[in-house]
Design a protein around this ligand. Sequence first.
Ligand SMILES: NC(=O)C1=CN([C@@H]2O[C@H](COP(=O)(O)OP(=O)(O)OC[C@H]3O[C@@H](n4cnc5c(N)ncnc54)[C@H](OP(=O)(O)O)[C@@H]3O)[C@@H](O)[C@H]2O)C=CC1
Ligand SMILES: Nc1nc(O)c(N)c(N[C@@H]2O[C@H](COP(=O)(O)O)[C@@H](O)[C@H]2O)n1
Length: 248
Amino acid sequence: MRREASGRTDGAPAANPNGFPVRPAMARMHVLVNAATSVDGKLASRRREQLTISGPEDFARVDRLRASCDAVMVGVGTVLADDPSLTVKDDDLVAEREARGESPQPARVVADSHARTPPDAAVLDDRARSVVLVADAEPDEHAAALDAAGADVVVAGGNRVDLRGALADLDAMGVERLMVEGGGELIFSLFEAGLVDELTVYVGSLLVGGRDAPTLADGDGFVSDFPDLELADVERLDDGVLLSYTVA
Ligand SMILES: NC(=O)C1=CN([C@@H]2O[C@H](COP(=O)(O)OP(=O)(O)OC[C@H]3O[C@@H](n4cnc5c(N)ncnc54)[C@H](OP(=O)(O)O)[C@@H]3O)[C@@H](O)[C@H]2O)C=CC1
Ligand SMILES: Nc1nc(O)c(N)c(N[C@@H]2O[C@H](COP(=O)(O)O)[C@@H](O)[C@H]2O)n1
């Protein structure tokens, strides 16, 4: 069902057509960004194909992180490049979610202003709820294909997805913890909007290079007022390093 985003930013309770619990006023979603990069900060090569950077320990950590969240979000660039499912893979983690009274899987969320997500994308399969955020300017018939594929299509923004409004809308649906897995365009926009609370970066021991290869934060980049990161932890995992930051 396509529906209008509330665009509210005050955290007030909203109508709940998607069946998420309505949260109390003033609640604020916690936003964690997680990604894996090469030592030179690349998310993938210049071919923009999925690149395995994490090892088994890091993938297991990512699975636990997904399982601890209400929703997992990516930009449509990642959907088109990787066709990810964004599901929790470990059956024990799924069972633990159910024992906590949660849905077996976190919801999947795609920032997709122009409704480019292919209807047969894995992120729209029936393993979990799927929310596609589209812009108001997008013709209804484009969104209708996503609707027919089982997605909850939510209008968030005029010509491009407005992330602040979109996150307020997800918050109102009951998403308390949102994990963002990329890619670089979406991650930059979230930092630019001051919406990120935590950043974890797994730095694998490989060098990718390439001026056109996607990096952790692309977009226009910052020239001043850089995000205020505080290093919270450093851990060796597999053959790489996990860096954990809080964002002021
Ligand atoms: N190593 C890792 O951990 C990861 C690697 N990757 C890699 O990253 C690459 C994809 O990254 P990238 O191309 O940056 O794609 P993103 O996943 O960041 O998607 C970018 C697209 O999201 C849409 N979007 C909608 N609203 C916004 C907004 N407010 N701000 C920014 N984007 C918005 C835009 O398309 P539109 O205007 O049409 O809406 C934009 O082009 C792939 O190569 C993939 O393999 C991806 C994730 C993790
Ligand atoms: N943590 C991590 N390490 C890597 O090496 C990666 N390439 C990624 N990619 C992200 O994971 C998504 C794939 O998820 P599924 O396995 O399909 O559930 C991919 O789209 C990227 O967001 N992540």
